[in-house]
Ligand binder design. Structure first.
Ligand code: HEM
Length: 389
């Protein structure tokens, strides 16, 4: 059986096709994607926990394609996706900088949600992606970094372009030029903020220390880019995919509207039910065997986060949306060494955004067919037309 996710039905609803592959060939070689694809929760969890065999460092793939000693000019830039121990140091410093900033920004999240909702008042029909969800995470990150007011528009534009670049199967935007530009922007920001007082995330990253060691300026640049890269489109899609799931399950929607204290569990279930990062990639770092298949060093492996989150071996009635599902061991934020450092932030944003939207617009309803982006990695909507009342 072949994995062919790019059909119209697959783009609209990939889960039946995942179920077929999970049963027939859960460790699947896709000639089309030139990658192994994992469909079972236990295999995905095993790979996520095993950095020695499954590396998150993309540079390994290019090194494997070019055997020989490392090139002298290859800089040793430590990033969040390096292999341990480098990523552990970067993540420790990122966490030390991020956690207090996220705590401080919590009240601003509700305020930003209110501002965005206020802009919708008086309109009858809107696109929930472009007119609401899109702006929230970008504004939040701009505040975390204290991007100056005058530069916010440009920053938001660049963030929007590169967010989709994390998705190598999506050809919609020129992400690489956006990435270069935002890199140059962060180089400027890091230069301005070195050795000057302040509490923003950039300065906190510059000052952070781990076992007597600090991040080089370029490593701070790469970390800032990773936050924009990893934090925007994912959160936009969780808000939009989650709202769509609720609109298609009116009884669950009404439960949440009636009892906003369900939001904590509901966000986990919405993340499980239609996970934005459907696949994350690894490179085989040492000869491995999974369900009798031999994986060779240098092979790409796509870990099916979306498929794992619908695995009936772990979730009873996996295709049912149940806002109070417990336990809910989804892998929507990953697992192990590279577990999402922005999980708490995006939970806060989604717990604020969806209940506030439902409360503000009691007659919220779909106003047409949602339009999915034609991609399989970062599952999200191009447009979600809704009627407000
Ligand atoms: C709904 C929202 C989000 C989802 C579903 C999500 C999901 C994920 C997942 C699955 C990973 C693991 C990737 C891997 O193992 O290779 C990850 C990593 C990461 N996320 Fe998130 N994320 C979200 C929001 C955010 C936010 C808001 C930020 C930043 C403020 C962020 C920053 C990152 C970074 C920097 C990494 C790389 C960590 C590493 O490789 O060690 N994410 N995210």
């Amino acid at each position: 059986m072949r994995f062919d996710p790019f059909t119209d039905e697959g783009i609209a609803d990939p889960y039946p096709h995942y179920a077929d592959l999970r049963a027939a060939d859960p460790v699947h070689w896709s000639e089309k994607l030139r990658a192994w694809v994992l469909f079972r929760h236990d295999d995905v969890a095993t790979a996520l926990r095993d950095d020695a065999h499954f590396s998150a460092d993309r540079r390994r793939a290019s090194r494997a394609a070019r055997p020989g000693p490392p090139q002298a000019a290859e800089p040793n830039l430590r990033t969040v996706s390096s292999d341990p121990p480098d990523c552990l140091a970067v993540r420790a410093m990122l966490n030390a900088a991020l956690v207090p900033r996220v705590r401080a920004i919590a009240p601003r999240i509700d305020a930003i949600v209110e501002e965005l909702l206020a802009d919708l008042i008086g309109r009858t029909e809107v696109d929930l992606v472009g007119d609401f969800a899109h702006a929230l995470p970008i504004r939040v990150i701009a505040e975390l970094l204290e991007v100056p007011e005058a530069e916010r528009g440009r920053f938001q534009e660049l963030s929007g372009t590169i967010a989709r670049g994390m998705d190598r199967f999506y050809g919609g935007d020129d992400a690489s030029s956006g990435l270069r530009e935002i890199g140059a922007y962060f180089v400027g920001l890091v230069g301005e903020r070195t050795d000057t007082p302040g509490d923003d995330l950039v300065r906190r990253l510059l000052r952070a220390e781990h076992e007597g060691n600090r991040l080089a300026p370029l490593e701070v640049v790469a970390t800032c880019a990773a936050l924009v890269f990893g934090g925007n489109e994912t959160t936009v899609n969780l808000i939009a995919n989650g709202t769509l799931a609720l609109l298609r399950h009116p009884a669950e929607l009404e439960r949440l509207r009636a009892d906003p204290s369900l939001a904590v569990a509901a966000v986990e279930e919405l993340l499980r039910y239609d996970t934005p990062p459907q696949f994350i990639s690894r490179v085989v770092a040492a000869p491995s065997e999974l369900r009798g298949k031999a994986l060779r060093p240098g092979d790409t492996v796509l870990l099916g986060i979306g498929p794992a989150n619908r695995d009936p071996a772990v979730f009873a009635e996996p295709d049912r949306l149940d806002l109070t599902r417990a336990p809910n061991p989804h892998v929507g934020f990953g697992l192990g060494t590279h577990f999402c450092p922005g999980a708490q932030l995006s939970r806060m944003e989604t717990r604020a955004a969806i209940p506030a939207l439902l409360a503000r617009f009691p007659r919220l309803a779909l106003a047409g067919e949602p339009m999915w982006r034609r991609t399989i990695i970062l599952r999200g909507l191009e447009r979600l037309p809704v009627r407000l009342g």
